[in-house]
Design a binder for this molecule. Structure first.
Ligand code: GSH
Length: 227
């Protein structure tokens, strides 16, 4: 299998954190350089959407969605189980994934519509950015509330699931790249984040300095109305 990725990108990080938690190290990783022309010329053959991650299976099938990649690897390599033991457990994991995925989508809109990193590439729109910033925080509050329904160190309970990997990739990217902290009023999430951040899977990647120079300080440029 081959994984086409961007070492520090939010969506590829979902897969990278997951592979570390899963203990899988024999996937060939091909990292693109975001500082070079994007999308890379090879991308035309890999993904018409021009996004990473892309997983190429041993049969040559291309999987172009991070969540589909995690689900595929779970099916191929069920142990250790990062989805859940019962149908109810798996439904719970997928419910959490869907809440976090929506947060990531809203976070992306906030960045694209307000961050200087995207100025010139995207039409800037403060109203849309503020709406997305609020929607991002609403999703995090929902996640925080959902965490009260279970006990254990992890989002779905006592074992790591793909929901943890996806949440870590999102919150870490938001904090490190755009200076968006985990909201202090989301106490369960703050505790979970502090704990999960100490795991080897969550070791920080190297972020390109030109990206950080433009991206950091997003909340000062376009604050949410309710964090
Ligand atoms: N829904 C896709 C989104 C992937 C995505 O947006 N990846 C970002 C990198 S973090 C990307 O390639 N962006 C380049 C672009 O949008 O041109 C997934 O879950 O894999």
């Amino acid at each position: 299998m081959k994984l086409y990725e961007l070492e520090w990108g939010l969506y590829p990080r979902r897969v990278i954190i997951y592979l570390a938690e899963k203990g899988i190290s024999d996937i060939e990783r091909i990292a693109f350089d975001a500082m070079a022309a994007w999308p890379a010329p090879e991308m035309a053959q890999l993904n018409p959407a021009g996004t990473v991650p892309v997983l190429q299976t041993v049969k040559g099938t291309l999987i172009r969605s991070s969540i589909a990649i995690l689900e595929y690897i779970e099916e191929r390599f069920p142990s250790p189980d990062l989805l859940g033991a019962t149908p109810e457990d798996r439904a719970r994991t997928r419910e959490l994934v869907s809440v976090i995925d929506e947060a990531a989508i809203q976070f992306g809109i906030w960045c694209r519509k307000a961050s200087p990193l995207f100025a010139g590439r995207e039409v800037q729109n403060r109203e849309a950015a503020t709406f997305a910033a609020d929607a991002y925080h609403r999703q995090l509050r929902l996640l925080d509330t959902m965490m009260q329904e279970t006990t254990g160190r992890f989002l779905a309970g006592s074992a790591v699931t793909i929901a943890d990997c996806i949440a870590m990739a999102t919150l870490q990217f938001a904090e490190q790249v755009y200076s968006v902290p985990v909201p202090s009023n989301c106490c369960n999430l703050v505790d979970w984040y502090g704990d999960f951040a100490t795991r080897p899977s969550a070791t920080l990647p190297t972020y390109p300095a030109p990206v950080l120079a433009l991206a950091q300080g997003l909340p000062a440029i376009c604050p949410p109305t309710r964090a």
